[in-house]
Ligand binder design. Sequence first.
Ligand SMILES: Nc1ncnc2c1ncn2[C@@H]1O[C@H](COP(=O)(O)OP(=O)(O)OP(=O)(O)O)[C@@H](O)[C@H]1O
Length: 589
Amino acid sequence: MELNKVLLDEFENKDAIIVRNLKVWTPEEKSIWRKVAKPKTVIIDNVSACIREGEFAAIIGPSGAGKTTFLVSLAGKCTLPFEGTVTINGRNVRDLTGAEIVPQFDVFTDSLTVMEQLVFMTEMKLGNSTKQPNKSILNTVIEEFKLSAHVETRIGSLSGGERRLLSLATSFLSNPQILICDEPTTGLDSYNASQVIGILKKLSASGKIVICSVHQPSCDIFKEFNSILLMAEGNLLFHGTQDACKSFFESIDLHCPLNYNPAEFYIRAVSNHNGVCIKKMLENYQDQSLDCDETGLEVNLIYKKPQRNWLKQVQLLLWRSSLSLKSDLKSYVFQLLLSVVVTASVLGTVYSGVTGTTQRGIQDVRGFLWLVTSEVCYGLAYSTLYVFKYEVTLFRREVGMYKCSAYFVSKFLSFIPRCVIWPIALVCTTTVAIELPNHVITTMEFIVVLIFAAIASMAYGLGMSALFTSTGNMGDVMPCFDLPLFLMSGAFLTISTLPIWLYPVKFISHFYYAMDTISNLYWRQILYIDCPVNTTTTCTSSGEAVLYEIGYSNNFLLQNSLGLLLVTTMWGLLGYYGMKREEKKGYAY
Ligand SMILES: Nc1ncnc2c1ncn2[C@@H]1O[C@H](COP(=O)(O)OP(=O)(O)OP(=O)(O)O)[C@@H](O)[C@H]1O
């Protein structure tokens, strides 16, 4: 089945992407460390062009010519300051879904299979993937992009060429009228490169505008393009057919030698700051955007498609997270078993037979409770710490596809199973060794408390991960935050002696709330503690006295439930703010 017959072709008329006086620059950088601000640098300098339907355009030019910046501007995804306009049939490209970009570097969730990736994208971009015509589009894209043999292959195991095809297929699902590819053949062998170019050429022949930047294209690849845009130093020096380009160079006395790669010849001619050549070309450049009449064109455009509803977004993102978790399940189970066995063996050996009914046992039980609590809190916080660092590029590539809040909530929910499994496994195995009053009930109470503490710790880890994603130093920052927070647990400090100015730290410490609850649950059941006769030191005679000495609260259930809720919400909101900040930075290319 032909791709263009199945896809909803809403662009039957001759379309054009028109660039008028486009200027892009880097912002002036001011800093308190620098006396003189770093000046702005112009990357694209007043470029105008008109690229029409059916053009299979190659953007060539030396490194740093501004090709990538030009491409992302064409797709309406440039995050740098700019002037000028990029329009499709008179409408700003930023308001449309008409142009899709395939960046130079592919970013996927590598543990997904090709099919899972395409189903996820179909669901997000088009809607229910099991319903017609979405199912047809999905199947046709798989067929046209030659992915049928790899549908069950994990993305991480695909070859470079197959990854490129998957990238193109993913972008093509929404049926863009304009497909913009940044160096689609870089890093591919000649077979894969010509396969990718062949598919792109076919799309262009079916009425799409296909624009690719190409880095050192071979003669065979270069001759496939029917239109060339030559760039250097942020300027567009030429736009036209292969023959016109040859004639143009000959008109300024530059003749491409026989059997020489023309692309290489053109790039060399304008490289190395060849000011004379660039100047001559700029003088002769004809601004075709002036002839590109958009008023006669029928406006038949796709405005930004509405996103799937929020709950559906959460569900789909959760599904994607669960798929990658499923593929790592074996290593996760192994890790869990190892941690449980090691922790339970160590704690079981050290605390075997410990009871809080003796003076010596008081310190031991306090130590045991602290270790179990900290294992859960640290385990969860650090397991979520790098989540966003690994996913931030993917997240920024998908900006606009779903809400930031849906993404954050789905990440939060995807960790809930760990917050349940880890406390159950740890508490059930470690408490076997020590003597607990009402053993089964107390164990279950500990589990419930530690599940909530684990959720708060996970929120803390996610918050840190999101807040320090861009600096990448969350691993250095977190221990600095950990120190005051775990000091509030009461394991190392008598909380009742805490100066008042440290109270705010106590009230945002999940360690405190967890230890306060778990200690209350244990010590309130210890009604009598042995006091040795003839002792000269003061003797703690009951569990209540232990709680009093440390400074734990009386109204512990209400206070600590609300406290853990507060801490979870606070870190959750901070994490959401961190990801929102990343979202505002815009598309990552
Ligand atoms: N976000 C940015 N901040 C600062 N400078 C930038 C930014 N993006 C691009 N530049 C600079 O703009 C110039 C053009 O970059 P661009 O990536 O568009 O060139 P290119 O022609 O695609 O290069 P290449 O062929 O090497 O990929 C480069 O000098 C680059 O350092």
